[in-house]
Design a protein. Structure first.
Length: 325
């Protein structure tokens, strides 16, 4: 049965403390400080699936802090790994010196065994998933590396985890105990996989260092781009998904390259268009057909990009190359 708490009937000057107490009893001890001058309004709905606690919070702007003092005063509280899924409003979480800004639709990882704070600068709604740290099956070192990290729906496991968590939160009240236990295990597996992926990327970043890209991965990215130039949907997001890395890490790989990933895609498409337009043939394809073959869906955009790269229009390029031949 779901636990529901609301400040609706609480005196105005007690609302924030009441809501903070409800959060502390339901999740882990925290302090809540409103960030707006108006009387605070908050609502909490919480369900349990096996060892997984799923809570939905909706409240006015506030800072939620788990301090070292609170942790020390409640040693019996088992450390939990928390996953926050931002449904509306924004969140800024700070832990272990990292500052994660979470927009609507994103998620953030945190560890309740160490101090952290979350600022909600406006009215917000969020799902919180708490499960015992020991059940994740990841080393403590890896969790420390990634706590305080935000993940977007396009990044690695985020594309799988976010829809699953949102569906699970919406239907948590409807599962039987055996099904709930199995679903909790699935969440632990997915969150553990996300932690391992983010930790591997963090270690790769540290090993590579700025300006020294990982040559093997950069080659794989370039090969993928060349193989999919004709796909107009190709983007940094689809490339990262295909190579099982995050978009953030993909851009990190190209910090030492002469072009960004997006620029590389456009440049390679233009190169192939220029090569094909310069080729002599009795049945030469139209400029529009060439552009579409190499992933350009907007003729005007293609013409502008081509002129910027080669100094002439696609048609002028074809005429000049034919004359040169």
């Amino acid at each position: 049965m779901a636990l529901q708490v609301t400040t609706a009937s609480v005196p105005d000057d007690e609302k924030a403390a009441f809501w903070g107490g409800a959060m502390s009893r339901t999740l882990v001890p925290v302090e809540v400080v409103p960030l707006a001058g108006a009387p605070f309004d908050g609502r909490l709905v919480s369900n349990r699936l096996g060892y997984l606690r799923i809570s939905t919070l909706e409240a006015d702007a506030a800072r939620v802090s788990r301090t070292a003092g609170l942790i020390a005063r409640s040693p019996q509280v088992e450390p939990q790994v928390g996953v926050g899924v931002q449904l509306s409003g924004r969140a800024v979480l700070e832990q272990d010196g990292r500052r994660a800004q979470v927009a609507e639709g994103g998620l953030v990882l945190y560890d309740t065994g160490r101090p952290y704070s979350v600022d909600f600068p406006e009215r917000f709604r969020t799902h919180l998933f708490h499960l015992p740290r020991r059940l994740l099956g990841v080393p403590e070192r890896e969790l420390r590396q990634v706590a305080g990290t935000a993940v977007t729906p396009e990044e690695g496991c985020g594309s799988v985890l976010l829809p699953f968590l949102e569906t699970l939160a919406a239907s948590a009240h409807s599962y039987s105990a055996p099904v709930g236990d199995r679903l909790a295990g699935s969440v632990a597996d997915l969150v553990g996989t996300l932690v391992a992926q983010l930790a591997a990327e963090r270690e790769a970043d540290d090993a590579v260092g700025p300006g020294t890209p990982n040559g093997h991965l950069v080659r794989r990215v370039r090969e993928h781009i060349d193989l999919h130039l004709g796909d107009p949907e190709m983007s940094p997001e689809t490339i990262a998904r295909a190579l099982h890395i995050s978009v953030r890490y993909l851009h990190r790989l190209f910090e030492g390259e002469e072009v960004t990933v997006g620029r590389l895609i456009q440049r390679r498409r233009l190169d192939e268009c220029a090569r094909e337009l310069a080729r002599r043939s009795r049945t030469a394809p139209t400029v529009s057909a060439v552009a579409q073959r190499w992933g350009f869906v907007n003729p005007a955009h293609f013409s502008r990009a081509f002129r910027a790269a080669y100094g002439v229009s696609p048609r002028e390029w074809r005429v000049l190359r034919a004359a040169a031949t």
